[in-house]
Design a protein around this ligand. Structure first.
Ligand code: HEC
Ligand code: HEC
Ligand code: HEC
Ligand code: HEC
Ligand code: HEC
Length: 441
């Protein structure tokens, strides 16, 4: 899809701005003079990080070795799609030598997409022109031509296909390993009614009023944030780290609605924990669900004395191997051909699901309604005067990290970079004054 450089001049309009070549249009640096905020937000995103991510590089390197190169371009088709398109890499083993502006999921990769020809494994078709696709009829003064595109309009359900095409993975063995797009399509948010429709961009690209370009004369518009956060963080020296973490925390905070119901049982206490995926437009967690580690912590005390505790996992201890009681783990577990737990894509034969489902309809009378609540009960001897719960998430399990360290593919120092987030709204406290009830009631 390469194309010879063409230098054109704007003919229409009063501007006369020099138009960028196709090669220039591929470079995010070329956008910064007019779209500084977009460039800054994107530069700290996982899209910018996708081909630099040490975890990615380690896993890809191991995959190439263990499959004798059969993995080929499978990983880079999403993590370095422009470099692949430009013929600068075939298997991702040389990513460090690929020019920085062609690594990751770049401005051009999204904005030059003219069609989406499938539902997983990146079937995006790039145009050979330098026309930036977007949601609106662009004003004069751009260094590029623009075009209105439903794929680039977050109020149009088509736009979820642009995102979903990469956010859905079927492995070479045919396992549907990451299903964010499929989950969304089965959800309430994919309904074509304005009150329910929430595309990927509606939630992941919050709007604000401003100008789309730092160019005189452009109108005030609804512009969109390009940080596009989820759960993953940049784990090396990288721009915008603080802003990234803060945005992740904000995104995660309301995700799960949690409720504790306390009742007395003979000799002790029963705690029913009821969880509902409240704010995600797909399962929670989603995406790399065999790598995510989400778990529930519950702690009951009487005065200063702890009488029951489950899921209190110290920093540095892997969730998969933690032994602090029968921990409620909310993630998928993959198995290989020998039915052993598998961490690597290419080994996976089957997946045991363990996620909080996405809501499918608003009201129980809707034929598509499925109950989004997931409940688990705990019992302990005696009576507590305070019970507190929390939900924690690590983007990647320390057991997965250790596996890659053991095979010599990842620097052991990576371990210390894995954060643990705690979901604000899922922090629920019951005290004895609440009695035998549910909190919140
Ligand atoms: C010389 C300034 C300038 C440069 C450089 C520039 N743009 Fe633009 N861009 C504009 C202006 C002006 C608009 C129109 C803004 C408006 O109408 O509100 C625009 C609009 C856009 C739109 C929206 C198009 C639509 O129809 O919705 C996209 C997407 C875009 N630019 C991407 C880029 C990318 C990617 C780069 C770098 C490769 C870039 N721009 C470089 C000035 C520029
Ligand atoms: C060309 C493929 C591609 C397209 C198109 C794409 N993404 Fe991504 N996205 C990725 C990759 C690859 C990553 C992860 C990089 C990493 O963590 O190493 C990612 C990461 C993300 C994350 C962060 C996930 C996390 O756990 O932190 C979010 C959120 C996201 N994308 C949303 C979107 C949205 C919204 C769109 C559409 C506007 C979109 N993506 C389009 C490939 C794509
Ligand atoms: C993962 C895909 C993706 C990437 C990467 C991306 N954009 Fe966008 N961008 C979009 C989508 C989708 C919209 C349309 C949002 C809407 O519905 O208005 C958009 C909108 C825009 C707009 C129009 C104004 C606005 O804020 O909505 C500009 C300008 C723009 N992008 C510039 C850039 C630049 C510059 C980069 C790189 C630094 C970039 N984009 C990277 C998907 C992307
Ligand atoms: C109703 C709002 C909403 C919609 C619609 C939505 N998301 Fe999300 N998304 C969230 C929230 C909240 C989170 C953080 C909680 C989580 O990790 O699930 C999230 C997290 C993510 C993550 C990180 C997931 C993880 O747990 O590793 C990715 C990737 C992502 N979204 C991509 C998408 C894509 C692609 C679409 C469209 C197909 C989409 N989202 C639609 C709200 C939404
Ligand atoms: C179809 C597109 C696609 C393909 C193919 C793909 N990825 Fe990804 N990858 C993504 C997206 C999208 C995310 C972000 C998902 C999320 O946030 O949950 C991601 C996230 C990741 C992450 C960071 C999240 C984590 O903790 O695991 C790693 C590492 C990764 N991918 C490695 C790989 C490797 C290695 C391969 C090849 C064996 C691969 N990916 C193939 C799209 C892809």
């Amino acid at each position: 899809m390469r194309r010879a450089a063409v230098l054109a001049l704007v003919v229409a309009g009063c501007t006369g701005t020099e138009q960028m070549t196709y090669e220039q249009a591929l470079d995010p640096e070329q956008c910064a003079s007019c779209h500084p905020d977009h460039v800054r937000q994107w530069s700290g995103s996982m899209h910018a990080f996708a081909a630099d991510d040490p975890l990615f590089r380690a896993m890809n390197a191991r995959g190439q070795r263990e499959t004798n190169g059969e993995l080929g371009d499978f990983c880079v088709q999403c993590h370095a799609p422009l470099a692949l398109d430009q013929g600068l890499t075939t298997d991702g083993m040389n990513l460090a030598d690929v020019p920085k502006h062609l690594r990751g999921v770049t401005c051009a990769y999204c904005h030059l997409t003219e069609a989406v020809e499938g539902e997983h494994n990146n079937p995006l078709r790039l145009s050979a022109d330098a026309v930036m696709r977007g949601a609106f009829e662009a004003a004069d003064g751009a260094a590029h031509e623009s075009a209105v595109s439903p794929l680039h309009d977050r109020s149009n359900p088509e736009s979820s296909r642009l995102c979903g095409a990469c956010h859905d993975i079927v492995t070479p063995k045919g396992v549907h390993l990451e299903q964010t797009f499929a989950e969304w399509k089965g959800s309430l948010f994919a309904h074509d009614t304005p009150a329910e429709l929430q595309t990927c961009g509606r939630c992941h690209m919050p709007g604000s009023d401003g100008v789309a370009a730092d160019v005189p004369g452009v109108p005030l518009r609804r512009i969109t944030d390009h940080k596009m956060v989820g759960v993953d963080v940049a784990t090396i020296d990288w721009p915008e780290k603080e802003a990234q973490r803060a945005a992740i925390q904000d995104m995660l905070d309301p995700t799960v609605y949690a409720r504790l119901c306390i009742s007395r049982v003979p000799g002790g206490t029963q705690v029913d924990v009821d969880l509902e995926n409240f704010a995600a437009g797909h399962a929670f967690p989603s995406g790399a669900t065999i790598d995510r580690r989400v778990w529930v912590e519950l702690r009951a005390t009487l005065g200063a004395r702890e009488i029951f505790s489950v899921g209190r996992i110290p920093e540095g201890v892997a969730v998969a191997t933690a032994t602090t009681g029968d921990i409620w783990k909310i993630y998928d577990v993959a198995y290989d051909a020998q039915d052993e737990v598998a961490h690597m894509f290419w080994d996976v034969e089957r997946v045991e699901k363990g996620l909080l489902p996405v809501p499918t309809a608003l009201v129980p009378t809707d034929p598509e309604y499925t109950d989004p609540h997931v409940v688990r009960s705990y019992r302990f001897d005696g009576v507590a005067d305070r019970i507190e719960m929390n939900i924690h998430i690590r983007p990647v399990g320390l057991d997965v990290v250790d596996d890659l360290v053991a095979s010599g593919d990842l620097d052991p120092a990576y371990r210390d970079q894995v954060p643990t987030f705690t979901l604000g709204a899922a922090n629920v406290v019951w005290t004895v004054d609440d009695g035998e009830t549910c909190v919140p009631d």
